[in-house]
Design a protein around this ligand. Structure first.
Ligand SMILES: [Mg+2]
Length: 351
């Protein structure tokens, strides 16, 4: 179904199936980027994605789902006193995170305070390594935590094509990996279950699914005693991605990047990929009531904006398109009945 959009239609037919909740500001530019993805092939491609509200569903059966941190904070096995403190912490710092008028250094200080407080509260619960599985299990059973529709198929395609996926998250690595393990994500290279203080056993060579996030650290008795030393939050993702890529030359060298996030700051991490020559940024604008306020800025930041908690299908289509040979669809591209022409001129997210 063609997408009704504001702006002047171009003659750039996209080889993608676009559902009505998808917006593309500059279809011609997106088409050029897609062609470069395909021309360079899957060996040049990598995926870098946010986790909470990007790989995960925001609403499940109409109810608001949980983030990694709130999955832990709402676990029934923890006392109400802990939940109250965690909620008070959220209420204090979340408005500061969203405040566009705070200077960067001030906001950075608050974010470090927030992550410190939140993690210290978790450590005080004396969480056992095995409890992580129960925490995720309860949240999934209560329909508060789930991969986004199409995420499994997307990750499966990436794994089958040996396209590396880096999940760069301000959440909690152990929680993310547990959900991915439950979902039998074949390419997952888990690290969390073997971690104790001082170890860094990330498999830096695998072209598979890696999670880069805040890591729970357990002692020899399996008790949570700390988190990885520095915090990955919305303001520090870029720094950690740069460090990660420096330790991972295979990913560092791949110059085409498919990036996904639900916040505009999620794609600023592309600046941390020095080898990046071409990127396609997908933004999830999940809240319908925020569309009027935020859509224009999202269209400025992302090549494609997916509204209303939409699926991951378009991301999968992009990967599949990149994996097709140019000879295969030469002569058929312009006649693809599913392709639509959309867009108007404007800035597009790049490297
Ligand atoms: Mg997110």
């Amino acid at each position: 179904m063609p997408v009704a959009m504001a702006g002047t239609l171009t003659n750039g037919a996209l080889p993608l199936r676009l559902t009505p909740n998808i917006r593309v500001k500059n279809a011609e530019q997106l088409l050029e980027k897609l062609k470069r993805f395909r021309r360079d092939g899957t060996d040049a491609l990598q995926v870098i994605t946010d986790f909470d509200a990007t790989l995960t569903q925001v609403f499940i059966d109409g109810q608001r789902a949980s983030s990694c941190h709130s999955v832990v904070e709402n676990f029934s096995g923890f006392p109400q006193e802990y939940k109250d403190k965690a909620n008070a912490t959220l209420a204090k710092y979340q408005p500061l995170e969203m405040d566009p008028n705070l200077p960067f250094d001030t906001k950075l200080k608050y974010m470090n305070e927030w992550w410190t407080t939140s993690h210290n509260l978790m450590v005080a619960q004396d969480i056992h390594r095995d409890t992580v599985e129960h925490i995720v299990d309860e949240a999934v059973r209560n329909k508060r935590f789930s991969l986004r529709e199409g995420s499994h198929a997307f990750l499966e395609v990436c794994t089958n094509l040996r396209i590396p996926v880096t999940v760069l998250s301000a959440g909690i690595q152990n929680i993310i990996e547990e959900l991915l393990r439950r979902e039998s994500i074949a390419g997952l290279v888990p690290t969390a279950h073997h971690d104790t203080i001082g170890e860094d056993n990330m498999d830096l060579d695998a072209e598979e699914v890696h999670v880069v996030s805040n890591k729970m650290l357990f002692n020899e008795e399996g008790r949570l005693v700390d988190f990885s030393s520095d915090f990955i939050h919305t303001l520090s993702k870029k720094k950690y991605l740069r460090q990660y890529l420096e330790r991972n030359p295979q990913r560092h060298a791949r110059h085409n990047v498919l990036a996904m996030g639900d916040l505009i700051t999620d794609v600023s991490f592309l600046e941390a990929v020095p080898s990046c020559k071409n990127s396609i940024a997908i933004g999830y604008l999940n809240y319908q009531e925020k569309e009027d306020e935020l859509l224009e800025s999202y269209l400025d930041a992302f090549d494609v904006v997916i509204l209303r908690d939409g699926s991951m299908d378009l991301c999968k289509q992009i990967i599949e398109y990149a994996a097709t040979s140019e000879t295969k669809d030469a002569g058929t591209e312009s006649h693809d009945s599913s392709a639509v022409s959309t867009g108007c001129t404007g800035r597009i997210a790049g490297c």
